[in-house]
Design a binder for this molecule. Structure first.
Ligand SMILES: *Cc1c(COP(=O)(O)O)cnc(C)c1O
Length: 415
């Protein structure tokens, strides 16, 4: 399903004309479709139906409370990577018993918070972290549920900034180190060995790296079993890619079927942690042209969204399709850069893009911006962060209001 379609020449999403929405909410603003989020979550849930499973949405992809609440109501768990994400997931109604906590730098305060909340498990990424978790568990007189995050050393063939499962990456434990820690920790009363975990990267467009990683986990599970260590969960992480331009990633159906085929015989509960593939194509960023600037060399569409709103093009040279909200009268296209107002040459949303002849005031939709869009936004250049809107049941609701100037200074003191 495409997020949007033209109706009477105007972009339209689930019964809502984006022109009207933009008039009401102003720009820049993120829009998310409840029905697209629902379909995407259910596609994963259904694809895993043959095995006991839990779909833990990766909160860092989109942490809006309404998005999390919608997913909670569909039965989603959460993969969190900070105390703040744990706080938001719990607030949105995701039960602690469905929350797993990943990340290489959990502080002792965050560990204590998660232990008190009663999360499903920690994905432990280093020996030092294991000790930190043990000492917090002892202090709080609790047993810490843990998995080790293994670094399977497979190349996910994705952008280097979002590949995590190679030996050179900071994530996870090398296989032999993890084996050693399983044997040690099996003897410690303050931890409960629950599972094994990996996450090899993001925006993967083929199944093979996932299958290679799962083979490593299966081999470890076998060796652990021989040592008398049996686990309940196997977590294969997230990372399934989406189509931004012309990628052809596997569908959630194909992905789920391949995972189930590999893991069904273990009898373990399978956890997956999709983020991008649930919310990426369920959202877009609406923006307005402020100025059109022709330098002779180049045409620039200067728009009111910038790298502080959507950093992916600047950070990863990521491609986002950009479409006019109102269909132009002619099919004629011009090559242009779509740039924001920020004082950095790296501030662009698209380069050398074939777009219609636009004028100031025209609206554009930056597509596939539902994941790693708002969550990576900042106040750089003292720009208030954009509004977020959820489109649902033929209507829309502002689910995060646009920041105000007073909010920009609310926590500062003039000393
Ligand atoms: C980022 C992340 C995910 C989600 O990745 P996507 O590519 O958005 O699916 C899942 N698990 C962990 C541990 C992560 O860090």
């Amino acid at each position: 399903m495409d997020l949007v379609e033209y109706r009477d020449g105007v972009l339209h999403c689930e019964g809502v004309f984006l022109l009207k929405l933009a008039k009401r909410v102003k720009t820049p603003c993120y829009v998310y479709s409840a029905s697209a989020l629902t379909q995407n979550f259910q596609a994963f849930d259904t694809a895993m139906a043959q095995v006991p499973h839990l779909v833990c949405f990766a909160v860092k992809a989109n942490a809006n409370l309404s998005v999390l609440k919608l997913l909670a109501e569909l039965g989603a768990g959460a993969d969190v990577v900070s105390g703040g994400e744990l706080f938001k997931a719990l607030k949105a109604g995701i039960p602690a018993s469905k929350i797993i906590y990943s990340g290489v730098g959990k502080t002792k305060e965050e560990i204590a918070y998660a232990l008190k909340a009663g999360i499903l498990m920690f994905n432990v990424e280093s020996e030092a972290e294991l000790h930190a978790i043990c000492s917090q568990a002892k202090r709080l007189k609790k047993r810490a549920p843990i998995s080790f995050r293994v670094n399977p050393d497979v190349d996910p063939q994705t952008h280097p900034y979002i590949s995590t499962g190679l030996k050179k990456n900071k994530f996870g434990l090398p296989v032999e180190k993890a084996m050693e820690l399983y044997e040690q920790a099996a003897l410690w009363p303050e931890v409960e060995l629950k599972g094994i975990d990996c996450h090899i990267g993001s925006q993967l467009t083929s199944l093979q790296p996932f299958l290679d990683a799962i083979d490593r986990l299966l081999f470890m599970l076998k060796r652990l079993h021989e040592k008398g260590i049996s686990l309940q969960y196997v977590d294969v992480g997230g990372g399934l890619g989406i189509r931004y331009k012309d990628e052809t990633p596997p569908t959630p159906q194909a992905y789920g079927a391949a995972i189930c085929e590999k893991l069904a015989s273990t009898g373990l509960t399978v956890i997956i942690e999709p983020g991008r593939a649930i919310c990426g194509n369920a959202g877009g960023l609406l923006t307005k042209v402020i100025y059109v600037k022709d330098t002779g060399e180049k045409r620039f569409y200067i728009v009111d969204a910038a790298m502080n709103d959507l950093i992916r093009p600047s950070l990863y040279q990521a491609y986002h399709e950009i479409v006019p909200v109102r269909l132009p009268k002619t099919k004629k296209l011009v090559s242009a850069n779509v740039v924001g107002p920020i004082c950095e040459s790296g501030d662009f949303l698209a380069k050398d893009r074939e777009l219609p002849n636009l004028k100031a005031g025209d609206l554009l939709l930056v597509k596939s911006a539902g994941a790693y869009g708002f969550t990576m936004s900042s106040n750089y250049n003292a720009r208030p962060r954009a509004a977020e809107v959820l489109i649902k049941d033929d209507g829309f609701q502002v689910v995060r209001k646009r920041e105000t100037y007073s909010r920009l200074i609310q926590d500062e003191r003039m000393a």
